[in-house]
Design a protein around this ligand. Structure first.
Ligand code: GDP
Ligand code: MN
Length: 381
């Protein structure tokens, strides 16, 4: 789960990392009021989970409450980068002397955490590694050993001497956030040295490990402010597990394991999943029908793959559910169906007899994934 900047900064604050004073505003009027509280000027920052806000008009330096109100009004009305915006962060203005970069992230390749500090901020870190490697310090942190003062010394080696001690404290705080809050990424871009010598985290990007949310009930609450996709909402109402992705094949399966392996196969076949929906165990005809409606309501879907392994779920009922759904909705895309397990043969026969023009039967998962990928590509062309 990616946190919004204001949520990331909330965590930073709890772990002793200095962040600018800030107030969340959901209306232009409260952005004005916040700016008054902050002394008459502010920085208004759109709260979306994409970078590049600075360059795209998503960060506005407001010299008056009027300007802050106008900036917030625009952001809330227009959104940012195609995303809806429901909140802006209004922060105190700080006088920046220099910008740096700091991050710690889980490096899956080595199974350790990787810390990075750069003497330049607001830059693409990969680009910097290529063009100016001397400005970047990297260090793998063994989870058994943790982060120690000598690590921190090394990491801040490319920074101006007057900033080093403060940045070292911040790095220790970031490692704290990473380990205690179950984050897989904490990134500060830019980390700034102010003209008065203080160092602040001006931006915050934090990713929390979803698998750890069960033991982070407080973080789970951060989820509730995420804008809900209307399709996702419908699925949830129907008790279905639906996840939106950005490919073109809609996936329906029963059981998380089967759905995940279907996702992998579709990817192997050269396509991406547009979404996936787990109808769960004991899927009824009605649940299948609703699932199909939910998956098809995503405009990115170019083909659908229904992959059912019958256990408690009976494949004949699934087949009937599919046909029933197709009486209610007339999809513009083909639906590849693979049935296996309980009453699979009956299910297949029902589909064969129906000879429905949108249904494409498949024998195996692999074949089904290939067909769905081909159909998605054909439909897109
Ligand atoms: P991003 O572009 O989405 O990563 O947004 P950031 O939070 O990193 O902000 C972009 C840029 O806005 C920063 O690199 C700063 O240069 C500038 N900025 C943000 N806050 C302040 C501030 O308080 N004072 C000044 N002078 N500049 C700021
Ligand atoms: Mn940034």
């Amino acid at each position: 789960m990616d946190l919004f900047e204001f949520q990331g900064k909330e965590l930073f604050k709890r772990h002793g990392i200095p962040v600018p004073r800030g107030i969340i505003a959901q209306t232009p009027e409260s952005a004005r009021a916040a700016t008054e509280i902050l002394g008459g000027s502010s920085v208004v920052k759109v709260q979306v989970q994409t970078g590049g806000r600075g360059k795209g008009g998503g960060v506005v330096l407001a010299d008056s409450p009027d300007e802050a109100e106008a900036a917030a009004a625009r952001m809330l009305a227009e959104g940012f980068g195609g995303r809806r915006v429901t909140r802006v962060l209004v922060e105190e203005r700080l006088a920046i002397a220099q910008e740096f970069y700091a991050a710690i992230l889980l490096d899956r390749a080595t199974g350790t955490d990787l810390a990075m500090v750069a003497a330049e901020g607001g830059v693409d870190i990969e680009e910097l590694a290529r063009t100016k490697p001397e400005a970047l310090r990297r260090l793998h942190i063994d989870p058994e050993i943790g982060i120690h003062p000598y690590h921190l010394r090394g990491l801040t080696g490319a920074l101006p001497p007057e900033a080093r001690d403060l940045v070292e404290n911040i790095l220790a705080g970031l490692y704290d956030v990473l380990t205690k809050e179950d984050a897989t990424l904490v990134e500060v871009n830019p980390l700034v040295l102010l003209e008065d010598g203080r160092v602040f985290a001006l931006d915050a990007k934090v990713t929390i490990d979803d698998n750890a949310l069960f033991r982070q009930p407080e973080l789970e609450m951060f989820k509730s402010v995420h804008p809900i996709d209307p399709v996702e909402f419908r699925a949830r109402e129907a008790g279905l597990q639906y996840v939106k992705l950005d490919g073109q094949v809609g996936i329906i399966g029963n059981g998380a394991g089967l759905v995940m392996s279907t996702l992998d196969l579709v990817q192997q076949a050269g396509a991406g999943a547009a979404n996936f929906l787990d109808v769960g165990g004991g899927a009824s005809a009605e649940a299948i029908a609703t699932s199909l409606e939910v998956v098809l309501s995503d405009p990115n879907v170019r083909s659908v793959l229904v992959n059912i392994f019958g256990g408690i779920t009976r494949c004949d009922l699934v087949a009937e559910g599919l046909l029933e759904a197709l009486e209610r909705i007339a999809p513009a895309v083909r639906i590849v169906v693979r049935l296996d397990g309980t009453n699979a043969e009956e299910g297949r026969r029902i589909l064969e007899d129906a000879r429905h023009p949108v249904i494409v039967p498949a024998q195996t998962m692999l074949e089904a994934a290939k067909l769905a990928a081909e159909l998605a590509e054909g439909a897109a062309a």
